[in-house]
Design a protein around this ligand. Structure first.
Ligand code: SF4
Length: 326
């Protein structure tokens, strides 16, 4: 990990918008399991799901006689479409499913359009800023109010922070579609909560840091950046060690029944890295991520305990490649 951070009280882990909101984020849940097992207070916040729902609701509320017919229809049917997207029946009807998705997309589009952003359930495209340019990420942090999610997270964040005292905020950034809003959130937190320490991690951050010639351009914004698995470096922030094994993921605080899927999905990683490592185009090979499998017996025990507690409709194995043993 880069950066120097002091010891603190607790950690808020944010899954920032925008990513597909069809299941809970597996990485933050794994980190929460390790932190809690190590005695560190931790709160997970799926700002992606919440933020998208909030933008849809505000666009539906704003739809008036001046709006076009499609937007008005999408606004009228928002609650019914969300309920349908959360039930299995819709998925047996391709045309009804398509209409529900197009209508919810229409509201996201309407909500983000004034910010010059094309937003839908699957992507975030800014007409002005490019998430692959660090200068644009810094610009997003310098002007958080320009982000379409800003009005919502500026109001919601104090409520989240009031739930439990935290000294650190971690942003888990895995997709390019999350990067600009993640940096807008970082800029906002830096400005409004200067005493909070900010840590960045996740798959995208790991890819950045493992690029040849990497120089940290975000030093003024982030107190630390984590390359690879976050359990040990995060526990270290709080003066705790990590035993090195695999902790059971903890999904507390994530609304498993609220995602846009026909039933609750339980994401689970039975390994990190890839045992195959022979595909020349693959970042797993270029980044040299070691293969670390959860012992099969423990994976089975984890899944047994998590399914008993969370009653998912589906288990999503997040592994790059499942080992024959698993
Ligand atoms: S993660 Fe997938 S693409 Fe990459 S080396 Fe493994 S099998 Fe190939």
């Amino acid at each position: 990990m880069t950066g120097k951070i002091g010891e603190g009280k607790g950690l808020l882990i944010i899954h920032p918008p925008a990513a597909k909101a069809c299941e809970a984020p597996g990485g933050p849940a794994r980190l929460a399991g390790a932190l809690k097992a190590g005695g560190v207070a931790c709160r997970l916040w799926d700002a992606n799901l919440e933020g998208q729902l909030a933008l849809m609701a505000s666009a539906a509320q704003a739809a008036s006689g001046d709006s076009d017919t499609w937007t008005r229809r999408a606004a009228r049917h928002l609650e019914a479409n969300l309920a349908a997207l959360r039930s299995p029946e819709l998925y047996a009807h391709r045309d009804r499913y398509g209409r529900a998705v197009r209508d919810t997309n229409r509201l996201l589009w309407a909500a983000a359009r004034p910010s010059g952003v094309r937003l839908n359930l699957a992507d975030y495209e800014d007409g002005r800023l490019n998430p692959v340019r660090s200068a644009d990420l810094l610009a997003a942090a310098a002007e958080p109010a320009a982000n379409p999610f800003h009005a919502w997270f500026a109001e919601r964040l104090p409520e989240i922070l009031a739930e439990m005292p935290v000294s650190h905020v971690g942003l888990s950034i895995n997709y390019l579609s999350q990067a600009l809003t993640a940096f807008a959130m970082i800029g906002h937190i830096r400005r409004e909560y200067p005493s909070l320490r900010i840590v960045l991690g996740g798959g995208l951050v790991t890819s950045w840091m493992r690029r040849p010639g990497w120089r940290d351009p975000f030093g003024s914004l982030a107190d630390g950046m984590i390359d690879g698995p976050g359990e040990a470096p995060l526990l270290d922030l709080f003066g705790k060690g990590h035993a090195g094994g695999f902790d059971r993921p903890d999904f507390d605080g994530l609304p498993l029944a609220g995602y846009l899927a026909p039933g609750a999905v339980l994401p689970y990683s039975a390994s990190s890295g890839c045992w195959w490592q022979r595909c020349s185009f693959c970042p797993e090979l270029a980044e040299g991520t070691p293969y670390r499998p959860v012992p099969p017996g423990q994976a089975v025990e984890d899944l047994r305990a998590l399914t008993a507690k969370l009653r998912p409709a589906l288990i999503h194995l997040l592994d790059n490649a499942l080992s024959p043993a698993i």
